[in-house]
Design a protein around this ligand. Sequence first.
Ligand code: ZN
Length: 412
Amino acid sequence: MEDTELYTMLLGIRPPWRVTKVRVDMTAERVDVWVEETPGMKVTCAVCENITPVYDHTEEQVWRHLDTCQCRTFLHARLPRTNCPADGVKQIVAPWGEPRSQFTRLFEGRVIDTLRECDVTGVTRLMETSWDETWGVMTRAVMRGLARKEKRVCARIGIDEKSLGKGHDYESIVCDLDRGTVEYVVDDRKQESLESYYQQFTREELAAIEAIAMDMWDPYIAATKAYVPDADNKIVFDRYHATTQVTKAVDKVRRREHKVLAKQGDLRLLGTKYLWLRNEENVPEWRREEFDGVKNAELKTSRAWAIKESLRVFWNYVYAKCAENYFKAWYFWATHSRLEPMIEAAKTLKRHIANIMTYFKHRITNATSEGINSKIQTIKLMACGYRNREHYKTAIYFHCGGLDLYPRAGAT
Ligand SMILES: [Zn+2]
């Protein structure tokens, strides 16, 4: 078999295109393949797809292709240009590669596969691509995926904020709780941020949203009430976020009490911070005895802790009415504890109780998207490699968007 014939098959080149020359350089471990169109071939204008004769050719362009054994392989061609009455002179779209890509579709697909398995730096080493080229592939994959994605309203969504690095930069993330995908990422956590998600849809479309999990965060609440019909019955405050309010209050009580006790030389609360923040069953075995000691002592912190632990029962109720009664009793206890942080936390929950009670109807939390959270956490850990915020967002869509990322001939 002639090597031109071999490469016609390997590259999947079809008439009227043909391989005209192959050059193998074993010292450089490199194969170069030249492709030309058959003279007289008709081509289509890249804009309007009208069939026209070839007008002229571009300079020779080069595409990286999948390696041939140990040899890096490159495809060369001068692409025909059309001169369409409507669109003027345009170069045609090569059948083997996407416009503006220096890679063939097959190579680009391999880079995407590799990107799914490791970080960008890893890909540059494995594929011998540059940092910018690799990001280019990821960015194009996401753009392609977003363009192909059908516009849809999800029945149950979760809205979450993610901090970016150490600063106060946030991203708001909208997840499809049923599919476990990230639907939308937007800078900041303001009312406008979330509104930009809702603005993609009509009010009728938004009526199809059945439930929305979120933190007790006023800008998200305001945006949702402004756009989603019947929002009051759909917003569910995340139970873990609600619990965190109370856990933080326990910590405040402990810090204050420790200060007072330490002045009197009583160091019982020293180094106990994380014991109080854990759920009781998660206290490590080796600290169990120490914890039982302080827990049963006449301390403000132990009282606060008992209030926090007893709130956990609330979420286990099956019937909303029973849960409501339980909350009333709990609230009475917390607000009569004479522990100011606990009273404050209880009041915060009371103020939001209507949309905490919706949990018993919808049973959703933001932790439903746990898989997404851990993926985003990983993306963030690799974030030192993301030179900017746009890259971070791109990576979230790439790994969590559930998008159709791969280039295909004849598709956008
Ligand atoms: Zn045209």
